[in-house]
Design a protein around this ligand. Structure first.
Ligand code: SF4
Length: 326
């Protein structure tokens, strides 16, 4: 859960996930949609798919015990170099290094290496350094201390050198310019996109449709369309609603949600409508407070959003007319 996610964000999900799946065998026995539903709102669902697949391998091939042999562990779905080092050092006290953004920053400053963490050759150097430094015992504490130091003290901006336990050995501090290390790689430009979604409500339930595509496969979201710069949302949404076998007069909800995924910033126009008809295909009405299907991060956000609930309470009357789908 902590890959690409801060501890404070992950903690409530972690506790709820463990309550739902307290053991490897419980997770292995679950169906994927149940696991994705428990992951709902945390994003980066590939992690949940991998965790579920790995639990199944552990349950079936390793008697329900996570293997401590590095080669066996590395063959589990989703276990890359970082996860391998973290699990082996923290769970099994093996002298294995980890390198994430926090550790890379601490090491680059400690040794005053003008490296870029996005550069593959520099990353190899940092990995080699992390492996040279790893103690034979207590590697888990060492790795967690480095991660914590980077997260809490040696922060990207304005590191707290005065409070830092390693400042006596830190070359970047001695040079008086810790923020010069590591080199900051130019950011990938943000891609600005437009999307429109429609909240179609029936008896307190909202229509969700299953999204396709590599990233969102199997996750559910209100019907929506990607918009080109000049396209009008009403027509495109009406077509999408009609394609689901429904008719509804659509109205703008008067709000735009800014949704960010990695380097994409998506302006999502929210619409609403009260549909008639029976939805066809991968579409169903769900309780937005207790969805029985795994939601995308956007859908979870809309479901949580009180303003969305207020929007839903102002139901328009279903009817066919110009600007309506159906
Ligand atoms: S002394 Fe400053 S730059 Fe060096 S590791 Fe500590 S916080 Fe980071």
């Amino acid at each position: 859960m902590l890959q690409q996610t801060q501890v404070a964000t992950a903690l409530p999900f972690y506790a709820a996930f463990l309550r739902r799946f307290p053991t490897v065998s419980a997770l292995a026995a679950a169906r994927l949609p149940q696991v994705l539903a428990a992951w709902s709102g945390l994003g980066y669902y590939r992690r949940a798919r991998h965790l579920h697949a790995a639990a199944r391998v552990v349950a079936r091939q390793h008697g329900g015990r996570v293997p401590s042999d590095p080669e066996t562990l590395a063959r589990l779905p989703g276990v890359g170099r970082y996860t391998l080092g973290a699990v082996l050092s923290i769970a099994f006290d093996q002298p294995r290094a980890v390198l994430d953004g926090n550790v890379a920053r601490v090491l680059a400053r400690w040794f005053a290496w003008p490296v870029s963490v996005r550069n593959a050759a520099d990353a190899r150097r940092l990995w080699a350094l992390a492996e040279r430094l790893i103690p034979m015992r207590g590697a888990g504490e060492w790795n967690q201390a480095l991660m914590e130091l980077g997260a809490m003290v040696c922060t990207p901006r304005q590191p707290m050198c005065a409070a830092c336990p390693v400042r006596a050995w830190c070359r970047a501090h001695a040079l008086g310019r810790p923020e010069a290390f590591p080199r900051v790689a130019p950011r990938r430009p943000t891609e600005r996109l437009r999307r429109a979604v429609v909240l179609l409500e029936r008896r307190g339930r909202v229509l969700m449709t299953r999204r396709e595509g590599a990233l969102l496969e199997g996750l559910w979201e209100p019907p929506g369309v990607d918009l080109s710069t000049r396209a009008t949302a009403r027509r495109a949404l009406s077509d999408a609603v009609r394609a689901l076998g429904l008719c509804a007069r659509l109205e703008p909800a008067g709000r735009v949600v800014r949704h960010t995924i990695t380097h994409r910033s998506i302006a999502v126009e929210v619409w609403r409508g009260a549909p008639s008809g029976t939805p066809r295909g991968a579409a169903r009405f769900v309780d937005p407070h207790r969805p029985a299907v795994p939601l995308t991060a956007l859908a979870a956000r809309l479901a949580r959003d009180r303003r969305a609930q207020a929007t839903l309470s102002r139901r328009p009357t279903p009817r066919r007319r110009a600007g309506s789908a159906g």
